[in-house]
Design a protein around this ligand. Structure first.
Ligand SMILES: NC(=O)c1ccc[n+]([C@@H]2O[C@H](COP(=O)([O-])OP(=O)(O)OC[C@H]3O[C@@H](n4cnc5c(N)ncnc54)[C@H](O)[C@@H]3O)[C@@H](O)[C@H]2O)c1
Length: 612
C-alpha cells in the first residue's frame, strides 16, 4: 500500500516552487509554502495567483476550484512551519551549500518519517542527502517548467534511497497526474543532460552573431516543431538558474566544454538580465514575470528590407528582387534536380504563382517529377486545401526541360541536385555561363559550404543558400545561408522570395549544419550516448523529452524517422568542421548504421518497426 500524503511543504516559491505548490494544491493536498522573507513570500504568492487566474481566464480551472486550491495553501517564513508535513520539496536556488544547509535544517525540523525531496536540476542528490541523518529518505523529485503544465517528473534515487520511498513518490506522482521516470543520480538526469548542451550552443551562436535571436528561435520552432526556441526557453528557465545548471553539469559531467556556460550568460546574470522573472533576458517582457514579449532595440524593424545600393539596382539585382517578390509579375524560376527536395520545391514555387523551369537529366526524370508533383497537388485537392483550378494552373506554370540552356532567361535558380560538391560546383560554373546578370543563384545543400559553390562562379555576391526542409510544401522554414561574399541585396532578395512563398526565412552564416541541424543533431547524438551508457531506456528518454520539454517526438523516434545514416553523416560533418570532441558520432550510432539498422526505411533502427 502506497503511503498517503495529506500535507506537503515546499521551500522556495520562485519559478519552480510556486508552480509545484499549485500542482499539489490542485490535487487536493494541503501545502505549507515557505520562503526566506515576507517580501519573497509576497512574490511567490503573486506568481501563484497570476498562474491560477490565467487558468481561470482560459477556462481551464473553475473559479470555485481556484478558491479551494488557494485555501489549501498556508504561507510561512522559515522552515519551522514544516514540522508536521509528510513530504518536503525544496526548490531554492541551485547552490549545493545552500541546499545542504536547508536539508540539515529540515532534518531537524521535520517529523522522523517525512520524506525530504529536492527539485535540483543538476546537483548531486546524494551530496544533498548526506547533510541529513536520514539519507535513505532523501530523493530527487524533478519537476519541469512550468510545473502545472509539463507532465514529466524525474524521480532520482541515490544509492541509499530506500525502495519504499521511491515507490511512495512514484505513486504520488501518479496521483498528481504526472508521468515519472525513475533514474539514478547523474548530472542533469535525462532531460537536462540532453537539453542544456543545446541551449548553451544556441547562446553561443547568438553571442557570435551567427544569427539573430528571433531567427535562432524561429528555426528551432519551425524546423523541429519545438514549443519554443532555445533563447526564449533560457528566459523562461531563468538565466541565473541556467548558469548554475550548466556550471554544475560541466563540473560533474566530465568537463564537457559544451556545458561550460557561454560567457554571455554570466554577463547577463551580472547585469540582472535573468529572463522573464526580471522582465528582461534575451528578450524584453512587458513587466517582470510576464510572458509577453515587447519590442526592444534588437527587434527587427521590417521583415522586407529594400536594397538601397544603387549599383546593385543597375546590374538588375534590385529589379529582379522586386519582381521576384511578386510572383504575379510572371517571374521565372529555374529549379535543377529531380529528387525529393527538387520535387517539393517545384511544387512550392508553382503553387505560389511563379513560372517554373524544371531542369532534370532527361525526359524520364522529368516524367517522374511531374507525376510526383501532380500526385502531391491531387492530395491537396482531395483534402480540400487546393481548388482543382489552382492545381491545374500550378501544373500549367511548370515547363519541363532537360537542358540548362533553358535557364537563360530566369530570374532565380534553385539547385537541388545530388549532395556532391564536384557535381554542384560544375553546375554553378554552367549556370554562371548561361544565366543573365543579376540572377539569384541558390543552392539547397544541407551540408556543403555554400562559398565553395559561389566561388565556382564569377558572381559570388549573387550566390546564397536556400535550405528548405523536407517535405518542402509542408515545412514552413527556409534557412537563408549568407556566405562571406553574399551581398546584402542578394540576402534581401532571398528573404523577399521566401516570404512570397509563405515561408519563414531565417538568415544564418555558412557553417556546418546552419542553425537547425547544428543544434539538433548533437542533441540526438547525446541521446544515443546516454542509451549506450545504459543510463536509461529509449522509451524513457523519448518520454522525458516529450513530456518534460514538449518536444513533438523523442530523440529515438526522430532518429528512426530521419534515418540513422543521415544522422550519422550530418554528425560527422559537424564534427569534422568544428572539431568539437563532444560532437564525435556515438559509437552505437555507427554500429547500427553498419548493421543496416537505418530506421523506419529499413524496418529497424532503434526500434523494430516490422512488429508494430
Ligand atoms: N527554472 C527552471 O526551469 C527549473 C526547472 C526544474 C528545476 N529547477 C530547479 O529548481 C530549483 C529552484 O529554481 P528556480 O528557477 O525556481 O529558482 P528561483 O530563483 O526562481 O527561485 C528560488 C526561490 O528560493 C527562495 N529562497 C532562497 N533561499 C531560501 C531559503 N533559505 N529558504 C526558503 N526559500 C529560499 C528565493 O527567495 C526564490 O524565491 C533549482 O534547484 C533549479 O535547478 C529549475
Amino acid at each position: 500500500m502506497a503511503r498517503e500524503f495529506t500535507s506537503v511543504g515546499v521551500v522556495g516559491l520562485g519559478t519552480m516552487g510556486a508552480g509545484i505548490v499549485e500542482v499539489f494544491a490542485r490535487n487536493g493536498i494541503d501545502v505549507v509554502a515557505v520562503e526566506i522573507s515576507d517580501a519573497a513570500l509576497d512574490r511567490g504568492r503573486t506568481i501563484l495567483t497570476g498562474s491560477t487566474d490565467r487558468a481561470v481566464a482560459r477556462g481551464k480551472l473553475a473559479e470555485a476550484d481556484r478558491d479551494a486550491l488557494l485555501a489549501r495553501i498556508s504561507f510561512a517564513v522559515g522552515l519551522d512551519a514544516l514540522h508536521s508535513v509528510d513530504l518536503v520539496i525544496e526548490a531554492v536556488p541551485e547552490h549545493l551549500q545552500l541546499k545542504q544547509r536547508i536539508f540539515a535544517e529540515l532534518d531537524r525540523v521535520c517529523k522522523p518519517d517525512a520524506i525530504l525531496a529536492t527539485n535540483t536540476s543538476s546537483l548531486s542528490v546524494t551530496e544533498i542527502s548526506v547533510a541529513t541523518t536520514r539519507p535513505n529518505q532523501v530523493v530527487g523529485i524533478h519537476f519541469f517548467n512550468p510545473a502545472p503544465v509539463m507532465k514529466l517528473v524525474e524521480v532520482v534515487r541515490t544509492v541509499v534511497t530506500s525502495a519504499d520511498v521511491v515507490a511512495d513518490v512514484e505513486a504520488l506522482c501518479e496521483r498528481l497526474g504526472k508521468v515519472d521516470v525513475t533514474i539514478s543520480d547523474r548530472a542533469g538526469f535525462i532531460a537536462n543532460a540532453l537539453l542544456f548542451g543545446y541551449l548553451n550552443h544556441a547562446v553561443d551562436l547568438f553571442e557570435s552573431r551567427y544569427a539573430t535571436r528571433e531567427d535562432i528561435d524561429a528555426a528551432m520552432k519551425l524546423g523541429c516543431g519545438l514549443p519554443m526556441g532555445p533563447l526564449a526557453l533560457m528566459d523562461l528557465i531563468g538565466l541565473d538558474t541556467a548558469y548554475e545548471i550548466l556550471d554544475t553539469m560541466y563540473r560533474r559531467g566530465g568537463r564537457d566544454r559544451r556545458h561550460a556556460p557561454a560567457p554571455l550568460i554570466k554577463q547577463m546574470v551580472t547585469a540582472g538580465l535573468l529572463g522573464r522573472k526580471s522582465g528582461r533576458g534575451f528578450y524584453t517582457y512587458e513587466r517582470p514575470g510576464s510572458p509577453k514579449v515587447v519590442p526592444d532595440e534588437q527587434t527587427p524593424t521590417t521583415t522586407d528590407p529594400t536594397p538601397t545600393d544603387s549599383a546593385a539596382t543597375k546590374v538588375g539585382i534590385g529589379r529582379a528582387r522586386s519582381e521576384l517578390a511578386s510572383p504575379a509579375a510572371a517571374t521565372k524560376v529555374g529549379i535543377v534536380g529531380s529528387g525529393t527536395m527538387a520535387t517539393g520545391i517545384i511544387e512550392v514555387f508553382a503553387t505560389a504563382g511563379y513560372e517554373v523551369v524544371s531542369v532534370t537529366r532527361g525526359a524520364e526524370q522529368s516524367a517522374k517529377v511531374f507525376e510526383a508533383v501532380q500526385t502531391s497537388l491531387n492530395k491537396g485537392v482531395v483534402r480540400g486545401r487546393l481548388a482543382e483550378a489552382d492545381r491545374d494552373a500550378a501544373l500549367g506554370r511548370i515547363n519541363w526541360s532537360a537542358t540548362l540552356e533553358h535557364l537563360a532567361d530566369v530570374d532565380l535558380v534553385v539547385e537541388a541536385v545530388v549532395e556532391e560538391l564536384s557535381v554542384k560546383k560544375a553546375l554553378f560554373a554552367s549556370l554562371d555561363e548561361i544565366c543573365k546578370p543579376g540572377v539569384l543563384l541558390a543552392t539547397t545543400t544541407s551540408s556543403l559550404s555554400v562559398i565553395e559553390m559561389a566561388m565556382a562562379t564569377q558572381r559570388p555576391a549573387d550566390v546564397v543558400g536556400l535550405h528548405f526542409f523536407n517535405p518542402a510544401p509542408v515545412m514552413p522554414l527556409v534557412e537563408i545561408v549568407r556566405t562571406i561574399r553574399t551581398s546584402a541585396e542578394t540576402v534581401a532578395t532571398a528573404q523577399a522570395v521566401t516570404a512570397a512563398l509563405g515561408k519563414t526565412g531565417v538568415v544564418c552564416g555558412d557553417r556546418a549544419g546552419f542553425i537547425v541541424n547544428a543544434l539538433l543533431f548533437p542533441y540526438l547524438n547525446d541521446a544515443v550516448r546516454m542509451l549506450e551508457a545504459n543510463y536509461s531506456t529509449a522509451d524513457d528518454i523519448d518520454h522525458a523529452m516529450k513530456l518534460g520539454c514538449g518536444y513533438p517526438m523523442g530523440p529515438f523516434e526522430l532518429l528512426d524517422v530521419v534515418g540513422l545514416d543521415v544522422a550519422l553523416a550530418i554528425q560527422r560533418e559537424l564534427y569534422l568542421e568544428l572539431r568539437e570532441p563532444g560532437f564525435a558520432p556515438a559509437p552505437l550510432l555507427e554500429h547500427l548504421v553498419t548493421a543496416g539498422y537505418l530506421g523506419r526505411k529499413t524496418g529497424r533502427g532503434f526500434r523494430d518497426h516490422t512488429r508494430r
